[in-house]
Design a binder for this molecule. Structure first.
Ligand code: SF4
Length: 113
């Protein structure tokens, strides 16, 4: 929600589980965000569980992932080469899983994956 100058709430959804509750996010004049349940959303009719109600606490965390990252051997994190946003990243993540599935199914060997 970077760059949003609020007066009007932003209509969005909670990302924490498959229910996908509707959320109204608002930014006050000091730039602080708050959230509340969207009373018009058919999944939650204005209600949020404790995770959804705490969404605003995570918006400006400096550790928040804004692009896909990979864990390195030394325990640190690094950006994926060529991936600068979430769109397009599923192909990168799916390939190791497909290779692993092929190996487990016997369609290929680990050294040919
Ligand atoms: S508010 Fe709670 S129930 Fe609704 S989507 Fe978020 S985590 Fe799931």
């Amino acid at each position: 929600m970077n760059g949003h100058i609020a007066n009007e709430p932003v209509r969005t959804t909670c990302p924490y589980c498959g229910v996908g509750c509707g959320v109204l996010a608002e930014q006050n004049v000091a730039g602080q965000w708050s959230v509340r349940g969207d009373p018009d959303h058919p999944a939650n009719f204005g209600r949020l569980c404790s995770k959804g109600a705490a969404l605003a606490e995570t918006i400006d965390l400096p550790q928040r992932l804004t692009v896909p990252m990979q864990r390195m051997a030394d325990g640190g994190f690094s950006a994926f080469p060529g991936i600068t946003h979430w769109i397009g990243s599923p192909k990168v993540f799916a390939q190791p899983s497909m290779n692993s599935a092929r190996i487990r199914s016997g369609f290929t060997s680990p050294d040919k994956s």
